[in-house]
Design a protein around this ligand. Structure first.
Ligand code: HEM
Length: 201
């Protein structure tokens, strides 16, 4: 099968900004010196996740939730195909990965909001516990996500990681998205920059 355009720019840029923000937030979580870096990187995760929600309704074909948020039957069928080592091919996200993505977005928003509250002296000790719990839950889902990405890449014989950079995956020409949506990507970058500036000022 030829390589076709599947992931638009907002999905790709948003993904790698989220990865950077999440890693930096973890590395600076315990530091007083880097408190601002921690707050801004958490803000980047929050900004990307809040942008991704409307993009899940108005984005390009494979960015839409309707394309990859599937019910338990579809998830079970996909899991069975994996167990038989004959995984069903999905041009966009697979039904199991789709739920990990929704969890990551939800946890990104909740941990970002609770962190913002703590940074502004709202919520006290309870919010601190909540923030830590949410961040740990997110780390667990990130590990599951990575296991899914690497095992999926092996089982499908297609490396999914470069696809998140180039936007291109195997598929039929008629399954390609017509545009990488560059203007929406500029809006995403402006949204992330505005959130970072707002937190830092
Ligand atoms: C170096 C580590 C990572 C790699 C290599 C990676 C790779 C990928 C790949 C290949 C996909 C597409 C999966 C598919 O084809 O269905 C994906 C999607 C996704 N990943 Fe990661 N990921 C990493 C870390 C993370 C982290 C740390 C987060 C969150 C904090 C994250 C959140 C997401 C989200 C939300 C999506 C869905 C993208 C969208 O539809 O907008 N990833 N990742």
């Amino acid at each position: 099968m030829p390589k076709i355009l599947v992931w638009d720019w907002p999905v790709r840029i948003g993904h790698w900004l989220m990865v950077g923000g999440f890693v930096l937030a973890w590395l600076t979580a315990e530091s007083e010196t880097f408190r601002l870096v921690h707050a801004v990187s958490g803000g980047v995760v929050l900004a990307v996740a809040t942008f991704r929600l409307p993009w899940g309704f108005i984005g390009s074909r494979y960015a839409r939730f309707v394309d990859f948020v599937r019910g338990p039957i579809a998830v079970k069928e996909y899991a069975n195909s994996l167990l038989k080592l004959e995984p069903a091919h999905h041009v966009g996200h697979n039904p199991a990965g789709g739920w990990a993505i929704m969890l990551l977005l939800g946890l990104g928003i909740l941990s970002g909001l609770s962190g913002w509250a703590i940074y502004n002296d709202i919520g006290g000790h309870l919010f601190e516990e909540l923030h830590e719990g949410l961040a740990s839950a997110m780390l667990t889902v990130v590990f599951i996500h990575l296991i899914g990405v690497f095992s999926g890449s092996l089982l499908h014989g297609e490396n999914l990681v470069p696809a998140m950079l180039t936007g291109r995956k195997q598929g039929l020409p008629e399954q390609a998205i017509p545009s990488a949506r560059p203007i929406a990507a500029v809006l995403l970058l402006l949204w992330v920059a505005a959130a970072s500036w707002w937190i830092a000022s």
